[in-house]
Design a protein around this ligand. Structure first.
Ligand code: HEC
Length: 125
């Protein structure tokens, strides 16, 4: 009986997980909480929990490729508003202020993940 209850618990949490947008798993300081919330309302369905992109159709954004020196805040804004060939525009889902908060949150997350744009070294390509 105990095992059966456990089974039901796992089953329902699995269904729950797949029917809702992936939730944030990291605790962030107060100034980044709004951005984190907006991201997990609008973007995490495709970009995953904490923008880590595991088993998702869209790329991980906590990645060197998306640090400020490779992918500017303006690039983020433009991608969100206009979309790309594979990403639909999110213009209807976020306000300009929410985009600003999302970018702030993503930059913070990149930093705590230990990723920092290297300023001294010449760019490689
Ligand atoms: C419906 C799914 C979906 C949603 C919602 C979504 N994205 Fe994307 N996103 C994608 C896909 C798919 C790609 C890969 C696009 C490509 O390779 O052209 C992508 C790519 C990106 C890129 C990289 C673009 C590039 O040129 O490399 C950024 C940055 C990005 N998304 C940010 C966001 C943010 C921020 C949000 C929330 C406001 C968001 N996305 C919401 C699917 C989504």
């Amino acid at each position: 009986m105990k095992q059966f209850k456990l089974f039901i618990l796992i089953l329902s949490s699995t269904i729950f997980t797949f029917s809702c947008a992936p939730k944030a798993t990291l605790e962030v300081p107060e100034p980044y909480k709004n951005g984190q919330q907006y991201f997990h309302k609008v973007c995490s369905n495709c970009h995953g929990s904490d923008a880590m992109g595991k088993h998702t159709q869209a790329p991980r954004l906590i990645d060197e490729e998306y640090l400020a020196n490779n992918f500017s805040d303006e690039d983020f804004r433009e991608t969100i508003l206009n979309g790309t060939e594979k990403m639909p525009s999110q213009k209807k889902n976020v306000t300009p202020d929410e985009i600003t908060e999302i970018i702030k949150y993503l930059r913070y997350s990149q930093k705590v993940a230990g990723l920092e744009p290297e300023e001294d070294e010449p760019e490689e390509d």
